[in-house]
Write a protein that binds this ligand. Structure first.
Ligand code: AMP
Length: 266
């Protein structure tokens, strides 16, 4: 990677509570436009009283190039069935039922003590279900990842063809891609804390980023992310350093499959 790129990180809060955040990596000529868009997004999310936008140049020698995971969409009749589908997908990826149930319960109740949402993700032991992150209120924030500039337009055109051109899908696919490339992560579970966004996902290395629609009830303001960790093959400090600091750009696409109804027997 020859070109100097910049990491943009936005986070917004109100009354000390996380509202929204975003991570992008762009060339210098896009820094102003993209930061303005991220700040606009924070304002639209609902009168933040604190917006941080951090911009820093990246050393081209430290960029890791990866391929995006495949994308599929599972349609389910209601969010309760969505959670059953998520549980099943997690178990297929090697997560114990106990750990899957614990993570689903935490995301349902709000993972921060007091039922609030986190800025980052929970780390969950994939066997015991124990929480492993040191800061239970903040979690681990995955940063410094994006599509390679050469890929961005091509991927967005492909996502648009499938009616998936929203920034949420792009950003979740990239985040899931970085999480799946991390040492010792078996799977990820996510649903948004946006009360109007009901699609969640399970990501795991074999089937990739599997959107589940719906995975939560309309109007529910709770959500978050859980990364399931294989502790036999993971050193936690190394994992957190990778998730937070390693620069990852995606320069190859995965497959994008049309939506399909989920079957309990899959
Ligand atoms: P969102 O998909 O943006 O609605 O985010 C849903 C939840 O996922 C947030 O409340 C955070 O707990 C978590 N989250 C969002 N972005 C990140 C990130 N970059 N790294 C880790 N967790 C995140």
């Amino acid at each position: 990677m020859e070109q100097t790129l910049y990491s943009l990180r936005m986070r917004a809060s109100r009354n000390g509570q996380h509202l929204t955040g975003a991570e992008r990596i762009v060339p210098l000529e896009q820094v102003c436009e993209v930061s303005a868009r991220l700040i606009e997004r924070a304002i639209q999310r609902g009168a933040p009283d604190d917006i941080h936008c951090h911009i820093e140049s990246l050393d081209p020698a430290n960029v890791l190039l990866c391929a995006l995971p495949d994308l599929s969409t599972l349609q389910v009749p209601d969010w309760q069935t969505g959670r059953t589908a998520a549980r099943q997908r997690l178990q297929k990826a090697g997560v114990s039922l106990k750990a899957a149930d614990h993570a689903i319960r935490l995301l349902t109740d709000g993972p921060v003590p007091g039922g609030r949402v986190m800025r980052g993700a929970m780390l969950i032991d994939a066997a015991s279900g124990e929480r492993l992150e040191t800061d239970l209120a903040r979690g681990v924030r995955v940063s410094r990842m994006d599509l390679a500039p050469s890929m961005s337009d091509r991927l967005m055109a492909k996502l648009n063809l499938h009616g998936l051109g929203h920034h949420r899908v792009r950003e979740a696919l990239v985040l899931a891609g970085k999480v799946l490339s991390a040492p010792g992560v078996l799977a990820e579970l996510c649903w948004s804390d946006d009360p109007a966004y009901l699609t969640g996902y399970v990501a795991e290395p074999v089937s990739g980023y599997q959107r589940i629609l719906p995975l939560k009830a309309q109007g529910d303001p709770r959500g978050g992310r859980a990364f399931f960790i294989d502790r036999q093959h993971c050193e936690l400090n190394r994992l957190c350093h990778y998730l937070e600091k390693q620069v990852v750009l995606f320069d190859a696409m995965g497959a994008i499959y049309p939506p399909a109804a989920w079957k309990a027997t899959e």
